[in-house]
Design a protein around this ligand. Sequence first.
Ligand SMILES: NC(=O)c1ccc[n+]([C@@H]2O[C@H](COP(=O)([O-])OP(=O)(O)OC[C@H]3O[C@@H](n4cnc5c(N)ncnc54)[C@H](OP(=O)(O)O)[C@@H]3O)[C@@H](O)[C@H]2O)c1
Length: 255
Amino acid sequence: MTVFEGKVAIVTGASSGIGRATAELLAERGATVVCAARREGEIAALAEEIASAGGNASFIRTDVADAGDVEAMVAHAVQTHGRLDIAVNNAGIGAEVYQIIDTPDDWWDRVQNVNLRGNFLCLKHQARAMLAAGNGGAIVNVGSVNSFLGCPGAAAYCVSKAGQIALTSSASAELASQGIRVNLVCPGVTDTPLHHEIKSNLGTEAFEGMKAQTHQRRFGDPLEIARAIAFLCSDEASFVTGTSLTADGGFHLTL
Ligand SMILES: NC(=O)c1ccc[n+]([C@@H]2O[C@H](COP(=O)([O-])OP(=O)(O)OC[C@H]3O[C@@H](n4cnc5c(N)ncnc54)[C@H](OP(=O)(O)O)[C@@H]3O)[C@@H](O)[C@H]2O)c1
């Protein structure tokens, strides 16, 4: 399938988990992919892996909480590959577990800075580049089932993820008339390094409870989330904008 032939995509958080699977899938489907994250060795290896599978990719070390890095990431896509059509704002943190009364202030700030302000910075610079080129585009932010659901021990994470709903719908309202769609994918519990870190912080019993709460009685695979993201990036979703798509095996529907 080469639905993204001729398109240039940025994927943040491409060094691991859902971001890595998304970068691989978009490249497999014909996109030129800019792999962005802080761990340069991981994204360099990913870009090489994509190239040896016959795809096109480059990488740029990016901290999404740093405005200068984000601006440079978008400039890299446009200067190196000539355009920007697709952006997947997936970078995120949230493995530490604290009750509100014990939450360190700097953890709260870090989570908002990476998950919400980082998403804002990416969206801002990506939309500027897309508007300047006048070719439209598709931006997919990655939220969580915790965009809708509060969770004990995870207030900072839930607030950052809830904020992405408003960011996504506001951006959609501003950009849709210029051919740019902005959507949010909300994964349920998905088997990634973040998931394993949460498991060790939360304890196996509580973690397994989340599997029981999922209609499909299993955790997601990163590729299953990547497929939902790819759908929203594609022209198949031409009339879908401003929305939140849960890819969670039914998790958020359980009472
Ligand atoms: N796994 C789940 O169960 C689950 C469920 C719901 C939502 N999500 C969301 O899905 C997204 C991906 O998570 P994942 O599960 O794939 O986790 P992961 O395997 O830990 O990957 C997180 C990615 O984010 C990057 N990242 C973290 N801080 C960054 C920063 N400041 N600047 C740039 N990149 C940064 C990491 O790269 P570097 O460390 O190299 O920078 C890494 O590539 C996150 O937004 C997460 O909240 C995950």
